[in-house]
Design a protein around this ligand. Structure first.
Ligand code: UDP
Ligand code: MG
Length: 341
């Protein structure tokens, strides 16, 4: 592999953390989450290495084993011991694809990070084109499996619906959230925390962080070896994650603006109705005990106060969220000054 100069793009802390492990910063770190893919792995490593070498890109492959039980670990350990372009991270148990990717991000030192599946469904030959897009100034390039090779009823249909929902609810215009083949600038990835099945929402999280996002059409093949780790139940988990994301996107910095407003509107309308009912009870001597309006007034008052309190609590939580991680509420793209040290 060629050696490249250390780039100012890589945060100092990452350099220190990996000091001694590696003395160069590759153009790209390819992160691959792996759960029982022993038959695909030799082909995958070969394909990544040959396409990147052909394009004269320096690289490291980070294989994250996510609790495989089929011999993947043995193969990876053997390869890790002899290949200088491979870093093998073995997790203690199966944590899921998102956690495996997060682990890969942690150990990646490249200037760009590319993720792809280990099952050869994504094609490494798309990587150089995606890196070229990053060079155009994008922070995230998402793959779009336009001709996706999966089962129509159990995979394509739910995915079409989920993508449509996510696109319309979040307003981030990407066709294929589920595509693992994505390229990121390293700084962007380091700003993001992943939970649940959130890796598919990385474009939305990135959008919240102010990233420039684009998508490119990529190749997709049917599975040659092994079987898919997911079924229909994933759709439900994705929908729940979508709720979380919508919440984060809307309320991350000022929850009180939303909950406070709703709370005030509910409390005031409840109070207005209650005053009206009191008025007709006292001055018009009407019976109000059996009126549905009374129930509505009480309901509005109670929910209004609850919403208000919830808003306050959310404000406190958000503050803890930002301050505990020293996360500023803004993101700097670059700083330009003549007096740079
Ligand atoms: N994977 C993983 N941990 C899991 C499930 C899957 O690391 O718990 C990996 C898997 O080995 C593959 C990628 O995530 O490299 C995508 O999984 P799969 O191909 O089963 O998903 P599909 O392409 O069918 O959506
Ligand atoms: Mg797959």
């Amino acid at each position: 592999m060629q050696k490249t100069m250390r780039s100012g793009l890589v945060p100092k802390v990452m350099l220190e953390e990996h000091e001694g492990l590696s003395d160069f910063i590759p153009h790209v770190s390819v992160v691959v989450p792996i759960k029982d893919e022993v038959d695909s792995l030799p082909h995958l490593l070969e394909a990544i290495a040959s396409i990147l070498t052909t394009h004269q890109l320096t690289y490291e492959i980070i294989c994250v084993d996510d609790g495989s039980v089929d011999g993947s670990v043995k193969f990876l350990k053997e390869q890790g011991a002899i290949r200088s372009d491979l870093k093998v991270v073995i997790l203690r148990r199966n944590y899921g694809q998102t956690a495996a990717m997060a682990a890969g991000f942690h150990y990646a030192i490249g200037r760009a990070i590319v993720t792809l599946d280990a099952d050869l469904q994504n094609d490494p030959s798309d990587i150089p084109m995606m890196l070229a897009k990053l060079d155009e100034g994008y922070d995230l390039v998402s793959g779009w499996r336009e001709k996706r090779q999966d089962k129509a009823l159990t995979r394509l249909l739910p995915s079409k619906i989920a993508n449509w929902l996510i696109r319309h609810i979040t307003g981030v215009e990407i066709h294929d959230y589920g595509c693992s083949l994505k390229a990121y600038s390293a700084e962007l990835v380091r700003d993001m925390n992943l939970y649940g099945e959130l890796h598919r929402f990385l474009p939305v999280l990135a959008y919240i962080e102010g990233a420039r996002i684009t998508e490119v059409k990529v190749k997709h093949h049917s599975r040659r070896f092994g079987s898919s780790k997911y079924g229909l139940s994933r759709t439900f988990r994705v929908l729940m994650d979508l709720l979380t994301i919508v919440f984060m996107k809307k309320f991350l910095t000022r929850p009180m603006h939303v909950f406070g407003l709703l709370g005030v509107v509910a409390t005031f309308s409840g109070a207005a109705i209650a005053i009206y009912l009191t008025y007709i009870k006292i001055y018009e001597q009407q019976e109000i005990g059996n009126r549905p309006l009374l129930t509505l007034a009480v309901l509005l008052l109670v929910t209004g106060i609850q919403l208000f309190c919830f808003g306050l609590l959310a404000e406190l939580l958000m503050r803890t969220y930002h301050e505990s991680q020293s996360r500023p509420i803004y993101r700097v793209r670059e700083i330009v000054t003549k007096n740079h040290k």
